[in-house]
Design a binder for this molecule. Structure first.
Ligand code: ADE
Length: 215
């Protein structure tokens, strides 16, 4: 499901350039029974299936023998809300492991004994944690210096500095009578930066006033 995603576009380029390494592990490869089962019925008789402890414990232990992990992350809707500051912090780490949840959940002992950080990408429930892991990885990798060709462009993203990004335009300067703001064509670098900052502030006040509350 996520192999294709990581082999495309900027994620693929980051790996080719040797800036990031992304390895995907299939928990079924860490089973020992002939059906390669990774889930089982929950104790207590409630509905749904739960991911078994042994394949996950075996996989995590095997990976930990190969390298030190700064965080072992579990993707779950009841985790800490993922945001740009968290992406920034995680992008400065050396090695991260992300365990994708599935079915009704994973045996809680994994969370108690192996997981160092639990992350939710939003207040909604996905079928599995793979897409959440892809979202988290993408946002972490893209801000590593050298991944995006113009490093400045990652720094001027929305949410860096708790502000939404200003509007951007490209050629033609006029289309269908719709004009690009004059200031952007003026060549006054300082005035343009000031305009962009004011636009960021106005858009944030209008669209996401909650972001300005901590300021
Ligand atoms: N798995 C299922 N839903 C999720 C969410 N919202 N965030 C992270 N992992 C999840």
């Amino acid at each position: 499901m996520i192999e294709g995603f990581f082999n495309c576009s900027i994620m693929a380029r980051a790996q080719k350039k040797g800036i990031a390494e992304i390895h995907i592990h299939n928990l079924r490869d860490y089973t020992t029974d002939k059906y390669r089962r990774v889930d089982d019925y929950p104790f207590g008789g409630c509905a749904g299936m739960v991911m078994k402890i042994e394949p996950i414990a075996r996989c995590i232990s095997a990976l930990k023998e190969e390298r030190h992990y700064d965080e072992i992350i579990f993707t779950t809707p009841d985790g800490e809300q993922f945001d740009q500051p968290m992406a920034n912090t995680l992008s400065m780490k050396e090695n991260l492991m992300i365990l994708c949840g599935h079915f009704k959940g994973i045996d809680y002992r994994i969370r108690e004994h192996f997981i160092t950080k639990e992350i939710s990408i939003g207040d909604y429930v996905l079928t599995g944690g793979e897409l959440a892991a892809a979202v988290i990885t993408d946002s972490i990798v893209r801000i590593i210096p050298g991944v995006i060709s113009d490093e400045q462009s990652a720094l001027s993203d929305s949410f860096q500095d708790n502000l939404l990004a200003p509007p951007v335009y490209t050629r033609p300067a006029e289309y269908n009578g719709w004009k690009v703001p004059d200031i952007l064509l003026s060549g006054h670098e300082a005035k343009i930066r000031e305009w962009e900052f004011q636009q960021s502030l106005e858009r944030t006040q209008k669209l996401r006033p909650d972001l300005l509350k901590d300021k």
